[in-house]
Ligand binder design. Structure first.
Ligand code: GLU
Length: 549
């Protein structure tokens, strides 16, 4: 077979050589050991946890080693592509704070190794396929859908492996004259790879997560270019990863099945294989058994769920890190204030089987992470979230930024910060009493030991003695005094010692005040809250409560 003539017949317009292309993608000048990783999503309009899971690994591997993390859009499957898909990818990673060093932008590219959209790289793939044809490693196949279906039926009947291989590779040795005739007649064709592999052979591969695996060699003549000239994922990604200098391919373990094809392609092209990090499936517990997260059943699989619900981005990332590296939690306990980027991430510590994604655990992480944020940070996150998802609350929340920040600062800092905010969407309930517009008091929590008569008297008397200028100790002394005057123990100790001497402990009195001022039994430090609300509001609320009892 004159493969040079065949290549010319199939690619008459390709004049550039692989060497010329290679020259446009020089080796990257990076420090020793620097890793180059990529996020390579398809613009299907659905961004899921698996994407973020992989992206965190990519980002850490690259940035921890002084390397490059880039974004490539894998848009070769037009059937799965949706309008706005690229925008969604960019928005999602921006929201999750994953910084790409280079890659696709909304209307172009940022970086020297582009284009970063596969749809803009057709000419490049053709140059390399043409070379494979010349070398006898690729050929056109004219099989129709019907022929392929028949082949499958026969394989099923004979209990043989499915696919296009060996004796089933109908056009593998098609004479050049026949190819010329079919092309001249306008027949549609794909370009297939000519596999020299055999399923009798095993190949060894060491995955950075899965360890050393024994895989069956590929014997399938897989499609390299579809009939419209667009490459398959198999071919496109190896060309791109080679030219763009990817050192580590991080992707879901569903790609392990076709890894032998990819390794074979790298070898035939004479290119260095990248290292692979195949990440385990994300699972969840459902009725006592583990199952894969599902797009249909589990809203938490979609990344949009997190920002819509107001789940803090740093907490999601932090939680993902606990799933990715088994030693992360221990590290975090020892280093509560350190940046997550200081953690020495290692693919060796990644789970080989599925990772269990647990929303309750995530909630815990959220509380921890938020409790470590400054009031300023919380303010920023909540105002951003509310501006988009709860504009009415956003208006109140940002009306007096200083007051809001001071409120958020209550119980923050120190060794044991309060952990009462879990997601941004609940901040409204958490601080509704700080805004008259939202204040809807529930007085049912008045302590039982305080009679209505006492409660009314306490509220009325307190209105006269409250002074926002009081220091905390003075403020509390006044509460104690009020307690004593009404037959309550001014110190909890005293009450504990001789409960029969008192109606109740001083805590009952602060509870009466808390219920009146905050409209509930559970609220952050009452002294600080009263300081922020000011005399007028306090008096108004005390009176309102006294009247309602
Ligand atoms: N485009 C593939 C996907 O959407 C990417 C796989 C890879 O990272 O190589 O899953």
């Amino acid at each position: 077979m004159d493969t040079i003539r065949l290549a010319q017949l199939l690619f008459p317009d390709v004049t550039e050589t692989p060497e010329q292309v290679e020259a446009r993608y020089p080796a990257r000048q990076l420090p020793e050991g620097a890793k180059v990783t990529r996020m390579a999503p398809s613009p299907t309009g659905f961004m899921h946890l698996g994407n973020l899971f992989g992206a965190v690994v990519d980002e850490r591997l690259a940035h921890q080693s002084g390397g490059i993390f880039y974004l490539r859009i894998e848009d070769t499957d037009k059937k799965r592509e949706v309008e706005g898909g690229v925008q969604l990818i960019l928005d999602t990673f921006r929201k999750f704070g994953l910084p790409f060093d280079e890659g696709a932008t909304i209307d172009g590219d940022n970086g020297d190794y582009g284009p970063y959209r596969q749809s803009k790289r057709a000419a490049i793939y053709h140059i390399f396929v043409k070379q494979l044809v010349e070398r006898g490693y690729a050929y056109p196949c004219f099989c129709t859908e019907e022929e392929l279906a028949e082949m499958r039926a026969e394989q099923e009947k004979n209990k043989e492996n499915f696919g296009y291989y060996g004796k089933y590779a109908k056009y593998r040795d098609c004479p050049l004259e026949e190819i010329e005739r079919r092309i001249a007649a306008g027949e549609s064709y794909v370009i297939r790879f000519r596999s020299m592999g055999s399923i009798e052979n095993k190949i060894k591969h060491t995955d950075l997560v899965k360890g050393t695996l024994e895989l069956t060699e590929n014997d399938q003549d897989i499609v390299l270019l579809k009939s419209d000239g667009i490459p398959t994922y198999h071919f496109a990604h190896i060309v791109d990863d080679h030219l763009m200098g990817t050192t580590h391919v991080v992707r879901g373990e569903e790609w392990l099945a076709t890894l032998p094809v990819h390794l074979q392609l790298f070898d035939v092209m004479g290119w260095k294989r990248p290292k692979y990090v195949h990440t385990a499936q994300l699972m969840k517990m459902d009725g006592g058994s583990k199952r894969k997260l599902s797009k249909r059943k589990d809203p938490e699989l979609a990344l949009s769920y997190y920002y819509e619900m107001g789940i803090p981005v740093p907490a999601v990332i932090e939680y993902i890190m606990t799933l990715l590296n088994s030693n992360f939690e221990e590290w975090r306990r020892a280093n509560p204030d350190q940046s997550i980027n200081d953690f020495p991430f290692s693919p060796k510590k990644m789970s080989v089987s599925g990772s269990l994604f647990d929303m309750e655990k995530l909630s815990d992480v959220c509380k921890q992470v938020i409790s470590r944020m400054s009031a300023e940070e919380v303010y920023g996150y909540v105002s951003d979230w509310a501006a988009q998802y709860d504009p009415e609350f956003a208006a109140l929340f940002t009306r007096d930024p200083e007051m809001t920040k001071k409120f958020l600062a209550i119980g923050r800092g120190g060794k044991k910060p309060r952990k009462d905010i879990e997601i941004w969407s609940t901040v409204k309930q958490y601080m509704d009493f700080m805004f008259d517009e939202l204040f809807q008091p529930d007085y049912s929590g008045m302590p039982e030991r305080v009679s209505t008569e006492d409660a009314k008297a306490i509220l009325n008397e307190y209105a006269d003695i409250f002074d926002p200028a009081d220091e905390m100790t003075v403020w509390f002394d006044k509460v104690k005094q009020l307690a004593a005057e009404h037959g309550f123990a001014p110190e909890t100790k005293l009450y504990k010692k001789n409960p029969e001497d008192y109606k109740g402990p001083v805590g009952d009195i602060s509870m009466v005040l808390r219920v009146a001022v905050c409209g509930r039994t559970n609220a952050p430090d009452l002294y600080s809250v009263m300081q922020l609300l000011g005399t007028e509001k306090i008096r108004e609320r005390l009176a309102r409560c006294a009247q309602a009892l």
